[in-house]
Design a protein around this ligand. Sequence first.
Ligand code: PHE
Length: 347
Amino acid sequence: MKIIDQSLLQLLETWRNELVQANTDQQLEALRITYLGRNGRINELMAQLKTMPLEEKRAFGPQIQELQQIITQELQALQQTFITQAFNQELNKQKDFDVTAHVPSALDKPSGSLHPYTHLIERIEDIFTSMGFAYAKGPEVETEWYNFEALNIPADHPARDMQDTFWLTTPGLLLRTHTSSVQIHTMKNQQPPLAVFTPGRVFRHEATDATHDFMFMQCEGLLIDKNISLTHLCSLLKVFMRGLFEKNDLSIRLRPSYFPFVEPGLEVDISCIFCKTGCALCKKTQWIEMGGSGLVHPATLKACGIDPAVYSGCAWGIGIERLAMLLYGINDIRLFHSGKIEFLKQF
Ligand code: PHE
């Protein structure tokens, strides 16, 4: 060390005494300002230097610089020590942090869950999209034409009574009674070939009980192309139902039925998912009714501007609540939009 001046040695000692007492970054910064700041000790000495005779300047100047360097180095060393200490502390904290630790308060917090509709619609969507079908949407408030006429159900047709309708006060408007109306929107707006599925809410003006509600959900599949036949419908239904129930040995049974917009019209049954010999859910028949289906009626194709001589199609529809009731063992359809937390919490 080149410092021999007593007052400078004194200052260095004071600095070191103060430095060992600094415990925090703030204290260190205060020391830096006191010694190295604009009005600090070193600059005070520099100012004194200016007034000194040349000889003294030569002797004193380098010593001040040396002092400044020593102070700067020692300050930086301690700053570095503080950083390392803080880092190690943080590391130690993490060492003690058990990611598998059980936090009891997390259990007390209420957490949300998905509505059974959402679960099932996602499941249905997965199956349909894997088969190349696209999601199609239509309005819940419909005109008579989309809900009935285009589906081959004219005003005086007795089939209108099959679906008791909520009519709106505006003549000709109603709440859609089925998602088959979305088939019409799709066929009118898109050119075949087309393949869509149509999850959505429908409304029926009827008395409610454990298995009937005035509002429920349906989903239909519709495929229009050249040469579509019952073979396509059968295999689509098989893939769809097997996917839905995650059961590869599920069988499909089709029974003649009547829906004005399909010909032939067929009721779709699946082999009972709960038994092989007959149980309460299949009413001892070993079959469970799942919905309606058929080949799209030529009159419906025509109403949408599709030439039935060139194109044909198949369609099927299921009720989502019925599906959920089967899958989750729910015994009252009215629970779905009851808003009961106890019910919803289970999903
Ligand atoms: N829309 C019919 C209903 O609500 C179901 C159905 C859909 C039937 C598609 C045939 C084809 O009952």
